[in-house]
Design a protein around this ligand. Structure first.
Ligand SMILES: [Mg+2]
Length: 411
């Protein structure tokens, strides 16, 4: 027998599953009030600026989609039933869903409130092939929680996610390794998570509408359109992507650090400076198309005493607002220890590609607002330079001149 083991191990198992609840918030409301069944139900704000957070399938057949303004939804379905969102309730049920997944599969990576990736290759001896495990999970969620879900399976997370979208509602689709490229070829490029409307338009300009057509584009042309993600997306189109769980967790960090010639003795001034650093780090994240899960504050006094404190966020982010909140909270906890500050730094770790951490619109409306605002600020900054813009509480001499640093060792 060769060193490569028996033939059993060489069969490629499409064991990366993507489980996604169907119209999650709407399904919960219909479960809790069966008189809503079969009706065009949406969850969301009913006010003038309300947005659809989730739409039942009867609402979807009328053209209603999540993230659509409620006024538009009302126009499409005058008999629309609007249920106000119950975030805490959905979070509790989400925890129940995840508990079911974790009771069957050891490797679960929760992606958002209602979806997760699972690596079931280690669960086969106990529970069978990926098809059987997907059916088991969906049946348990149905029996124990009364909710519909869909599962996609593949040799890669990207394809599994596309497959689960295909299987909806209340279905499952496991794509064998050898069929991957063929499965993807006829699909629109927008089916790939992370290819947004801008990239779609750019691809269409070079004549690419379907995933299969990506294979025919010369690498340079594709890189011009898709940037650093081009090789990864080509591998996907060729059916060669094999990325499993936690792929985007890169062991590197990104941040900014500054030493001052004169010690800072005013706590409010320190707070102002680290706030600006947090904004700068968030800008770097957005420029890279990454989000971070952990933020680290480093402080050093003139005698060399160094304090490093970190905070893990419940959702990965590229929002300056979120990073500021955490950095300031860390500072408020530690400020009594250091009367004089010589060096301060803000750093983020556990970076992920922002395309892989979707947050449902409804619960994120506030952060969406911030993201829009911050994107606008990024554009203004790149046009006018970093000193041209800062938020209210950081107004003041913008002469900080913090050094951008990248630390591949993640220290
Ligand atoms: Mg869902």
């Amino acid at each position: 027998m060769g060193a490569d083991g028996g033939s059993q191990e060489q069969v490629e198992i499409p064991g990366i599953l993507h489980l996604d609840m169907d119209a999650f918030f709407a399904s919960v409301e219909i479960r809790d009030d069966p008189s809503l069944r079969g009706l065009p139900v949406v969850v969301g704000g009913a006010g003038a600026r309300g947005v659809v957070a989730a739409a039942s399938y009867p609402a979807r057949t009328r053209g209603i989609r999540s993230a659509m303004p409620m006024a538009t939804a009302r126009r499409l379905a005058p008999d629309l039933l609007i249920v106000p969102p119950r975030g805490d309730h959905y979070r509790m049920i989400s925890a129940q869903v995840m508990a079911i997944l974790n009771s069957v599969v050891a490797d679960v990576e929760q992606l958002s409130i209602d979806e997760a990736f699972l690596d079931v290759r280690g669960a086969r001896r106990l529970f069978g092939e990926p098809e059987q495990i997907a059916a088991l999970l969906r049946r348990r969620i149905r029996d124990e929680l009364g909710l519909p879900s869909s599962v996609g399976g593949s040799v890669s997370r990207a394809v599994a996610k596309i497959a689960s979208a295909h299987a909806k509602p209340d279905g499952q689709l496991i794509v064998p390794a050898a069929d991957t490229a063929e499965f993807l070829a006829p699909l629109p490029v927008s089916a790939v998570s992370g290819i947004g409307p801008k990239a779609v338009a750019a691809l269409e300009k070079i004549g690419v509408h379907r995933i299969g057509e990506i294979r025919d584009i010369p690498p340079n042309a594709l890189a011009r359109v898709l940037g650093p993600r081009a090789p990864e997306i080509r591998r996907l189109a060729e059916g060669c992507d094999r990325t499993g769980l936690g792929r985007q967790v890169r062991e590197r960090s990104l941040g900014t650090e500054r030493t001052w010639d004169e010690d800072l003795t005013d706590g409010d001034e320190v707070r102002r400076r680290i706030t600006m650093m947090a904004d700068d780090v968030a800008r770097q994240l957005r420029q890279e198309g990454t989000v971070a899960r952990t933020v680290v504050l480093k402080l050093r006094s003139p005698d060399g005493t160094t304090i490093t404190r970190s905070s893990t966020l419940d959702q990965p982010t590229a929002s300056g607002e979120r990073l500021r909140e955490h950095v300031v909270a860390l500072w408020e906890r530690e400020r009594h220890r250091l009367r004089r500050i010589r060096l301060a730094g803000v750093r983020v770790t556990h970076l992920e590609s922002s395309g892989t951490a979707p947050v449902q619109h409804e619960l994120a409306s506030r952060s969406t607002l911030w993201r829009d605002l911050e994107t606008a600020m990024d554009q203004a900054t790149s046009r006018f330079g970093a000193a041209s813009l800062s938020r209210g509480s950081t107004l003041g001499p913008a002469s900080d001149g913090a050094q951008r640093t990248e630390d591949p060792d993640g220290r």
